[in-house]
Write a protein that binds this ligand. Structure first.
Ligand code: GBH
Length: 495
């Protein structure tokens, strides 16, 4: 019995892998290649020159610490002082764009608009200036998990006033930097903020309220995104001519048995609970039907009088719809899915309300991160699903990459990049997908949230024992440089 199962899984994987030959067609000249980072993960200077505390400062300073080796982002890669060095690395790589995030509490120490920290403004001005001087497009995320603690003290993403607080902050950023910044992303992976921050509570601010605060957070993030997009659209678009989008992440969910309708449905359901819960309101004006149905049915059975998932008013639906100029997609890994045999009647939150079982088969190549196995084919499947579901919207891969233990001879990272980029390029070529660029996570080894500095995603190694935080190129730097220069994944391309 066991060998038969292996044989079946083996055949399935072979069919998936068969069309995953390395793509040998050059990328169009306009295609963007860049690197990504995030403020809390690289900047340090956590309380430098007027910066306010963020929820990640508060979270990592707890005793005992929830972070591996008690690591914190207090100094991180010290990019607050070493941004010029970072830009020099980007120049050496030859990237077209650099995706970084602004720390809300570095600019607005309490999160509210009345008090502006000019030193923080100067820092981002200087970074953006340095990028522009070197012909690198700044690609800015307004929020990458680091809510100002002052805002959290008012309820954070549980308080619907955050829609205004966030759009005030966004307006200030458009005003200050919008002459130079043409690419804005409001949120990075709001799923992590809401599900891990307010559901399971393993991320800052550590609130454990699955399926209640978790959905309030999602609801408020979506309204805040739309409010920021409208601020840009009404007040800045005509003069600044940029784009405002959002970054959404999802694994690819492979039906365990592709000829079973139940497994195909389980894949669609989990994609809707993961990706659609954010994208569908912004493209179509409301939550996906399957999400509304499941959460309402389960909420009523659990004794609530109404769905734990809040409803949008008609006015809000209109305001949400059509607010993504460019969709950022973070893609890392995949899992197999089938319906849960026995859904947990008491379970609340995205992970229970979907009623889908997911797992990663043992024979998928592991990385040093427990959540991640190497599945390049899944990234191609994910972007094709997004294009099918939302009418081939303009997209950019805002993150993709792998960690390792930190070796400079990172051949595994080179293979990873070749295979993932190839899978994405195949999907583009075969289906006419409108993917405008690709961004490696990450430029530098950095503070990898709960894993601290033990998980290393950088093209450049950072010596965290040295006060200089010395940066050293890994072998993958040579590969990425060549890819950017030749626009070709393999040694030579046919066109
Ligand atoms: C991205 O998340 C983030 O945007 C980025 O900040 C991060 O550095 C990068 O990927 C690499 O991880 O802690 O065991 O609960 C990718 C998706 C979802 C992966 C949350 C880690 C938490 C696993 N992430 N997940 S655990």
């Amino acid at each position: 019995m066991y060998p038969l199962i292996l044989l079946v899984i083996g055949c399935l994987l072979n069919t998936i892998k068969a069309d995953n030959h390395l793509n040998n067609m050059t990328f169009p000249d306009t295609f963007m290649f860049g690197c990504a980072t995030a403020a809390y993960q690289i900047e340090g200077g956590w309380n430098a020159n007027g910066k306010g505390e963020s929820i990640w400062d508060r979270f990592t300073h707890q005793v005992p610490s929830p972070i591996k080796n008690n690591d914190t982002g207090d100094v991180a890669c010290d990019s607050y002082h070493k941004y010029k060095e970072d830009v020099a690395l980007l120049v050496d790589l030859g990237v077209t764009h650099y995706r970084f995030s602004i720390s809300w509490s570095r600019i607005l120490p309490t999160g509210l608009i009345n008090e502006i920290n000019l030193d923080g403004v100067d820092y981002y001005r200087a970074l953006i200036h340095e990028l522009k001087e070197n012909n690198i497009e700044p690609f800015v995320t307004l929020f990458h998990y680091d809510t100002p603690q002052g805002i959290e003290d008012l309820g954070g993403w549980r308080n619907s006033f955050i829609e205004t607080w966030f759009s005030d902050y966004a307006r200030l950023c458009f005003e200050l930097f919008g002459d130079d910044v043409k690419y804005w992303m409001t949120f990075n992976e709001a799923k992590q903020t809401c599900v891990l921050g307010y559901g399971t509570g393993v991320y800052a601010p550590g609130v454990k309220s699955p399926g209640v605060a978790e959905y309030m957070c999602i609801h408020n993030v979506l309204k805040a995104h739309a409010a920021a997009w409208h601020v840009y659209n009404d007040e800045f678009r005509a003069t600044q001519k940029g784009q405002v989008g959002i970054v959404i992440d999802s694994s690819w969910f492979q039906p365990e048995n592709e000829s079973l309708q139940a497994d195909i449905d389980a894949s669609e359901t989990l994609l809707q609970f993961t990706f659609g819960i954010f994208a569908t309101p912004l493209y179509m004006g409301d939550y996906p039907d399957i999400v509304k149905e499941n959460v309402e049915r389960r909420s009523l059975a659990q004794g609530y009088l109404r769905s734990r998932l809040p409803e949008f008013t008609e006015e809000e639906k209109i305001k949400l719809k059509g607010t993504v100029d460019l969709l950022g997609v973070n893609t890392y890994t995949s899992s197999m899915v089938r319906p849960l045999d026995v859904p947990d009647p008491e379970g609340k939150g995205l992970n229970s309300d979907c009623e889908v079982y997911q797992y990663q088969p043992d024979d998928w190549e592991k990385t040093d991160d427990v959540w991640m196995r190497v599945t390049p084919w899944g990234s191609g499947e994910l972007v094709k699903w997004i294009a099918r579901t939302y009418g081939n919207p303009p997209m950019i891969i805002t993150e993709n990459g792998r960690s390792d233990t930190g070796t400079l001879d990172d051949d595994a990272r080179i293979t990873f990049l070749m295979e993932y980029i190839s899978s994405i390029k195949n999907a583009m070529d075969d289906n006419n997908l409108d993917i405008r660029g690709y961004t490696v996570w990450s430029l530098l080894d950095n503070f990898e949230w709960l894993f601290g500095y033990s998980s290393k995603f950088g093209l450049y190694q950072v010596d965290f024992d040295s006060p200089d935080r010395t940066r050293t190129p890994k072998k993958s730097v040579e590969y990425y440089k060549k890819l950017i220069r030749t626009r070709c994944i393999v040694d030579s391309c046919v066109n």
